[in-house]
Write a protein that binds this ligand. Structure first.
Ligand SMILES: [Mg+2]
Length: 230
């Protein structure tokens, strides 16, 4: 029996890389420039940042707005005396310097070599993602990467996926699996585009309530060996 999937489109952050860990490192570095950093302050930033990214996914704000206002708004909400416009590029620099692999991610990519082509699909900033991609060496063990800022659209916009499909030689939706940790970005987008989808439900938080139904739900990346037949 021949292998069903020839291409894996894999999300990067919190699918292959531990973005939460990278963010925590970068934001701690940044905030410590302005004063003492507590766990509570870090949690507040994390919740605030998540709410902005959700708004971006829904198309309520643009990426430009998110970057321009993120620290200005957060600083003023927390009474931090700092220049938000100056903080934004510093934060990106700190973030671009940290890439933390998730358990089993490198092994998965190595097992795919020569069997299934792997492309990274990431909603992110080129200035942050490129250095992380290069510093981690992930570009050496994957077939290409598509960073949404450069594509011009964000997941789950179907135009993002169309641009990805058009750029991959011999691309076939029926032979492609979309892997990601986000129901609203990866799974929704991949399914609407017409590919099979796999949710990486690392914290077993998937309940099915959202109405977005992945074809597969995994809790460990090694569960993909069987799905991909690798
Ligand atoms: Mg993700």
């Amino acid at each position: 029996m021949s292998r069903k999937y020839s291409v894996l489109l894999a999300d990067l952050d919190n699918t292959l890389f531990d973005f939460s860990a990278s963010e925590r490192i970068a934001i701690t570095k940044l905030l410590s420039r302005y004063g003492p950093v507590s766990e509570q302050l870090l949690d507040k930033y994390s919740a605030f940042n998540d709410s902005l990214w959700k708004r971006l996914e829904k198309g309520e704000i643009t990426r430009k707005q998110l970057i321009a206002t993120r620290f200005t708004e957060f600083f003023s909400s927390q009474g931090i005396n700092g220049d938000g416009a100056e903080a934004a590029p510093l934060y990106e620099k700190y973030l671009s310097e940290t890439a933390v692999w998730l358990y089993g991610a490198k092994k998965l990519l190595l097992r795919c070599r020569g069997k299934i082509r792997v492309y990274i699909i990431s909603n992110g900033l080129a200035s942050v993602q490129f250095p992380r991609v290069q510093a981690s060496g992930i570009d050496k063990i994957t077939d290409g990467h598509f960073i949404s800022e450069l594509v011009g659209y964000n997941k789950p916009d179907i135009r993002y996926f169309e641009a990805v499909g058009e750029s991959i030689p011999g691309f076939s939706k029926a032979e492609t699996l979309v892997l990601g940790d986000s129901l609203t970005a990866d799974i929704k987008g991949g399914a609407e585009f017409g590919c099979d989808t796999c949710l990486y439900d690392r914290f077993s938080s998937y309940t099915g309530e959202s109405g977005i139904k992945p074809d597969f739900v995994i809790h460990k990346l090694s569960e993909l060996y069987k799905i991909l037949d690798i």
